[in-house]
Write a protein that binds this ligand. Structure first.
Ligand code: NAP
Length: 273
């Protein structure tokens, strides 16, 4: 495993995404991920699976402090009172006293950012979360959060994969000493059908998916959280720590970027490609 050292914490660079997993399938996938060595799990109030994620963590028998757990407050619950209530509900559903990272899931321009960040800072001070962060924040909104509101943010979670470069917001986050978590890191499965990535993978005895994940976690301060259902996908996605990409291959993967954004609710004020 590669780890990211950021603001005094070590975050496993490969995590497990749980969007679209629910019920027994979610519980079993998270149990499988933990058994296979994942120690970083991503959930959210919006995913409706915090109870299953929490139960899988508790039943794993692993020490709570060996797992880095993220959850998120949705854009409709960003008023201070709502955010605190939502975070409390998340902890109740997870069956835990604290998460490692609490994220603003998506910005909401109708709620003052300072109010949300103030509530998040209070949740952190109360021990409900070890760190706070944001998701889907373009560079200028990161600037506002850090420079105008003085927020101490660990992470910006963003759509990031070989087809979407994100260079501007990556540079901004790094400038603030933050990590980036790449969501939809295998472009919602499209990477598995990419012949160029498959060809690069053949050089290393790896699949195109494994090469794309390795490309992400080799980048300084970048974590990736692929979601997978079947155990063989969960296992394959973490089997990326026994090879390193040659510079020419890293360059060829970066050249696949064509500004393909797969997650967009139409109101994103995104950074230019
Ligand atoms: P993703 O991880 O890029 O792709 C998931 C898809 O790829 C699934 O259809 C999965 O199929 C397939 N896949 C995974 N591993 C594979 C493998 N080894 N071989 C072949 N196919 C494979 O997309 P995502 O679920 O959108 O993103 C990952 C996580 O990021 C989410 O689960 C969630 O935790 C987080 N996320 C956050 C936000 C946000 O706004 N903050 C938005 C989107 C996602 P199988 O299920 O069949 O394995």
């Amino acid at each position: 495993m590669i780890h990211i050292d950021v603001k005094g914490v070590r975050v496993p660079a490969l995590g497990f995404g749980t969007w679209a997993l629910s019920g027994r399938g979610c519980y079993e996938a998270v149990r499988a991920a933990l058994a296979l060595g994942y120690r970083h799990i991503d959930t959210a109030d919006m995913y409706g699976n915090e109870a299953e994620v929490g139960r899988a963590i508790r039943d794993s028998g692993l020490a709570r402090d060996s797992i880095f757990l993220t959850t998120k407050v949705p854009p409709g619950k960003l008023r201070a009172r709502d955010a605190k209530c939502c975070a409390g509900e998340s902890l109740r559903k997870l069956g835990l006293d604290q998460v490692d990272l609490l994220l603003v899931h998506w910005p909401n321009s109708s709620v003052p950012l300072g109010e949300t960040l103030g509530a998040f800072a209070e949740l952190r001070a109360a021990g409900k979360t070890r760190f706070i962060g944001v998701s889907n924040f373009p560079a200028k909104m990161l600037r506002e959060a850090v420079e105008e509101h003085g927020a101490d943010l660990l992470c910006n979670q963003l759509e990031y994969h070989p087809y979407l470069s994100q260079s501007a917001v990556l540079a901004a986050a790094r400038g603030y000493g933050m990590m980036i978590t790449a969501y939809s890191p295998v472009a919602k499965g499209r990477v598995a059908r990419d012949q160029k990535l498959a060809a690069i993978g053949r050089k290393y005895g790896k699949s195109g998916v494994q090469v794309a994940l390795r490309w992400l976690v080799e980048q300084p301060g970048v974590a990736a959280i692929p979601k997978a259902g079947p155990r063989e996908h969960i296992a394959a996605n973490i089997d990326i720590f026994d090879f390193a990409l040659a510079a020419e291959d890293r360059k060829a993967i970066a050249a696949l970027a064509d500004n393909r954004r797969l997650v967009d609710f139409g109101d994103g004020d995104w950074d230019p490609a």
